[in-house]
Design a protein around this ligand. Structure first.
Ligand SMILES: CC(C)(COP(=O)(O)OP(=O)(O)OC[C@H]1O[C@@H](n2cnc3c(N)ncnc32)[C@H](O)[C@@H]1OP(=O)(O)O)[C@@H](O)C(=O)NCCC(=O)NCCS
Length: 403
């Protein structure tokens, strides 16, 4: 087992919910030591869900693996004093509190820089600091609605937001990437720095494909359901499969680029080579125009297969196809566990959980997955081990409910 690339890097983590926690979890999976600071007694706001108020939420476990938890009341002078000593020992600080909160606590970039001038200080907010919306709170859908993504997703008459938190986890992951670059710059140029990730701006960048139709048509991208958003080409759709449950579908998209044999391959596989001499289906654009005829022909073939079988047959014949896999399909298919994309962890309150791991495979990074920490699990290790607090000092902080 090699050591991860960030072995030795210490991250002081004031993150909550998903955007910030996804960032620090990524750093932990790359080998950093992450000290997650939580409120005494209640912990991070994301520890609890409405469905399960007395236990850690599964969402919390998913977002906080491989971290260490310490408690600290940041609104007490004693708490701030010990945390500032940890700023001194840290390489990186990450936070995603509401606008202005970290500065009000006296832990903003300028405060931390005074303590540790090489600190890399990363903040995630809904909106950029110089945006007119800088003081607005934001959860994931606020960023996807204001960043161009929802306007391009759904049906013509109904915008639909993404079903998972792309703005949250995405902002966190790009923040982790920026921190990696800043650590490199600190090595080569000797500078620390401030990193600000605005979730709206991250989504604007993520929605970049929408600028092609904007320039082609002079209009924002239309919402095309499961069609091809960049231009009117076909076939591109999600087709029904046996046994016709809510997620029994396969998506098929044939390339719009000249020279592609994918539509030819599709016609051959579905036993309809006759379509190749039909003028109505001679170009990607005409296949779109006659999709009301073409789609039912394709659906007639997919309906004779189960979704994974359809995907295998099509993809093995160079036709881009993807079965509509849901969380149950992925969790229950042993291949994901075997290759480490789904990992099994044992949580004291929740038992065994199979949850997603870290996607990148690196020859010099081997993640040993550890379940999310219990609240304050590492108080002793960090306050005594890193700061050298005595028994007496620890007792005093505990009695005053500072930790
Ligand atoms: C997500 C969000 C809307 C939540 O708002 P919220 O529930 O009001 O929580 P906030 O982060 O604004 O406030 C947290 C408060 O707890 C305090 N707090 C946090 N950790 C603390 C600790 N360990 N001890 C004492 N107080 C603590 C903060 O100082 C802040 O106090 P303040 O309101 O007096 O400034 C807001 O945090 C936000 O806009 N974050 C940035 C964007 C973001 O990351 N959104 C996606 C999250 S997945």
């Amino acid at each position: 087992m090699g050591k991860g690339p960030f072995t030795g890097i210490k991250v002081l983590d004031f993150t909550q919910f998903e955007a910030g926690t996804a960032c620090t979890e990524t750093l932990a999976w790359l080998g950093a030591e992450v000290w997650k600071v939580e409120r005494p007694t209640t912990g991070e706001l994301g520890r609890h869900s409405v469905a399960n108020p007395d236990k850690d939420s599964v969402g919390f476990v998913i977002m906080n693996m491989n971290k260490k938890s310490i408690t600290c009341n940041l609104k007490s002078a004693e708490g701030m004093a010990v945390i500032k000593r940890l700023v001194e020992k840290a390489d990186v600080v990450v936070e995603n509190m509401g606008p202005g909160s970290i500065e009000r606590l006296g832990l903003g970039y300028e405060d931390c820089k005074k303590i540790n001038d090489k600190i890399i200080f990363a903040s995630i907010k809904g909106f950029a600091l110089d945006s007119p919306y800088a003081n607005y709170p934001a959860f994931d859908p606020i960023a996807t609605h204001t960043g161009g993504l929802v306007a391009a997703t759904g049906l013509p008459e109904q915008p639909i937001k993404a079903g998972v938190s792309v703005a949250d986890s995405g902002s966190g992951i790009i923040c982790a990437m920026s921190i990696a670059a800043a650590l490199y710059q600190r090595e080569t140029q000797g500078v620390g720095q401030r990193i600000d990730v605005a979730m709206q701006d991250f989504i604007i960048g993520l929605s970049r494909a929408g600028w092609e139709p904007f320039y082609d048509t002079g209009k924002p991208p239309r919402r095309v359901g499961n069609g091809m958003p960049l231009e009117d080409v076909g076939p591109s759709n999600t087709y029904p499969c046996k046994p016709f449950g809510p997620n029994d579908y396969v998506h098929i998209y044939c390339s719009r680029h000249p020279g592609s044999k994918q539509f030819e391959n599709l016609c051959r596989i579905i036993g309809r080579e006759d379509l190749l001499s039909d003028e109505r289906f001679s170009t990607p654009r005409s296949r779109f125009e006659y999709r009301h005829i073409l789609d039912p022909i394709i659906a007639e073939w997919t309906s004779r297969h189960e979704k994974k079988e359809a995907m295998d047959i099509l993809a093995q014949n160079d036709i881009p196809a993807g079965a509509l896999l849901d969380t149950a399909d992925i969790t229950n298919d042993p291949q994901y566990l075997e290759r480490g994309m789904i990992v099994e962890v044992e949580h004291k309150e929740l038992g065994k959980l199979k949850i997603p791991g870290f996607a990148p495979r690196m020859s010099e990074n081997h993640v040993e997955y550890k379940v999310s920490p219990a609240l304050g699990e590492n108080n002793d290790e960090i306050y005594r081990g890193i700061l050298g607090l005595t028994d007496e000092e620890m007792e005093k902080l505990k009695n005053a409910k500072v930790i």
